[in-house]
Design a protein around this ligand. Structure first.
Ligand SMILES: Nc1ncnc2c1ncn2[C@@H]1O[C@H](COP(=O)(O)OP(=O)(O)OP(=O)(O)O)[C@@H](O)[C@H]1O
Ligand SMILES: [Mg+2]
Length: 450
């Protein structure tokens, strides 16, 4: 393992040497600075995992060192060495981003322990940062997690069509990320500096929906006590996101189509039209084709909206991404709720991968949050799973002795065959359940002629 760089800053020569020696048994490489100014110079040269600095020094004080250390490496940790009984400054140091403070005279065991803890946390942060960066690099779009081919291809299309003004219809089951994708389209378009405005068409009365979309003039209906701009005007130059577009009343559909074709909008009760430049992204989890057939959705509007169609896959069709999402949300919620949850064990993960996820990513997100919030230890286990998910079937110990006398290869071949049956041939799920990589599984399938 690479030694982690640590910087010790103190103008007391003897103490500096003692602290230096105290870290000998840790996997670190220690640099020292005999004052604040020298420390700032060091910080400019390399990035430190941990900086332990004295507070009161003649030239530049510990607060300045702390600030510079944080600026240079946000993941880096700082330990402040303070005079005896100076709680107040210690608190100040923590508020400014120090991870720990240690009162002088320094207890060397405490010093070593705290440096060790800082190293662990630093290491995890860096690892996680790298994971996030890799995922973002591979997906290319912030906030959307997934490496499955279905997602990768979808995001390629998003990148391609985002810069145009084409209407987009985003389809997918509930919780698959339709709104997330709509926002990504906006963010990747030249409209990103202009508003992204959302309207959920589900459950709104016809009058409300129209006044929301097109605005109204004072007195145009009871309750219209003042002129009001609609979302089309407000979104001018930007993107209008019409969620659950399948629920829009027919009469509103007619008006919407007219606005889209004429690129002009008139407020309810007014005959003055204003030009608007709005890109529409619509979303639905309804069967629009069926609605067109039964005449509850206008065919002309349907074609007008689906210039580009994006189909978001349900989570169960990209179960290889479940691990990634779980890890992401585990970190996220542990931090948010101040819980010491660090990871999830294999059995619990297998159960999550096997689960069907009818509510897709939203359901997974909520499940991980509730697991993190209620967790007792720092590793999530099967006992933390929500009841609807449940543990994977236990290994049946009784059966094992019948296998005695079989070759290891026979046993493995059969085990893989049965697992594949259980996952209905889904290799991603099978590989996770078997605890081997998909590539290894693929090789074994060929090898055993399965
Ligand atoms: N690929 C993804 N990566 C990370 N987070 C995701 C992903 N897909 C969805 N999410 C998260 O899942 C939640 C639901 O996403 P979103 O609201 O976009 O779904 P939706 O398809 O609009 O759902 P609904 O149809 O119920 O409105 C959000 O918290 C979102 O951030
Ligand atoms: Mg939504």
């Amino acid at each position: 393992m690479r030694r982690a760089p640590v910087l010790i800053v103190d103008d007391d020569d003897a103490l500096r040497a003692t602290l230096h020696d105290a870290l000998e048994i840790l996997p670190v490489e220690v640099d020292v600075a005999s004052g604040g100014r020298e420390a700032l110079a060091r910080l400019g040269e390399r990035s430190y995992a941990v900086v332990a600095t004295d507070l009161v020094m003649k030239d530049v004080d510990g607060f300045a060192v702390l600030a510079e250390a944080k600026r240079r490496s946000p993941h880096g940790r700082v330990i402040m060495l303070t005079g005896h009984g100076s709680r107040e400054v210690a608190v100040q140091a923590m508020q400014r981003g120090a991870t720990y403070y240690i009162e002088k005279p320094v207890d060397l065991t405490e010093f070593r322990t705290k440096v060790g803890k800082c190293l662990d946390e630093h290491h995890k942060d860096v690892e996680y940062g790298e994971l996030r960066a890799r995922v973002e690099r591979e997906s290319g779009i912030r906030g959307i997690i997934g490496q499955d081919q279905k997602i990768v291809r979808l995001l390629e299309t998003v990148r391609q069509i985002a810069p145009t003004a084409a209407s987009v219809l985003v389809r997918g089951e509930s919780g698959t990320g339709k709104e997330l994708v709509a926002r990504a389209i906006h963010e990747l378009s030249p409209r990103r500096e202009r508003p992204f405005v959302a309207l959920n068409c589900g459950g709104l009365a016809e009058g409300t929906i129209e006044s929301e979309l097109f605005g109204h003039q004072k007195g145009s209906f009871t309750g219209a006590i003042a002129d009001r701009e609609g979302k089309f005007e407000y979104a001018d130059g930007g993107t209008l996101f019409l969620d659950e577009v399948g629920e829009m009343p027919l009469s509103t559909q007619v008006k919407l189509l007219r606005v889209l074709e004429e690129r002009e909008v008139a407020r309810l009760g007014s005959n003055k039209s204003r030009r608007v430049d709005v890109r529409v992204v619509a979303a639905t989890n309804a069967d629009l084709e069926a609605r067109v057939k039964e005449n509850s959705f206008r065919e002309d509007l349907y074609y007008r909206l689906k210039v580009v169609t994006l189909n978001l896959p349900p989570l169960r069709e990209r179960s290889g991404d479940i691990k990634l999402l779980v890890e992401h949300y585990l970190r996220h919620f542990a931090k948010l709720h101040g819980k010491d949850v660090e990871s999830i064990d294999r059995d619990a993960l297998v159960a999550l991968v096997r689960y069907e996820w009818p509510g897709n990513v939203r359901e997974l997100r909520n499940a991980v949050e509730s697991m993190v919030v209620r967790a007792h230890g720092n590793i999530l286990t099967v006992s933390d799973l929500p009841p609807e998910i449940g543990a994977p079937p236990p290994v049946e110990h009784e059966g094992w002795e019948f296998l005695a006398g079989r070759t290891a290869q026979e046993v493995e071949r059969n085990h893989i065959r049965v697992t594949l049956q259980q996952t209905e041939g889904n290799r991603q799920k099978a590989a996770t359940a078997l605890g081997i990589s998909e590539r290894t599984l693929y090789r074994k399938i060929k090898e055993y002629g399965l």
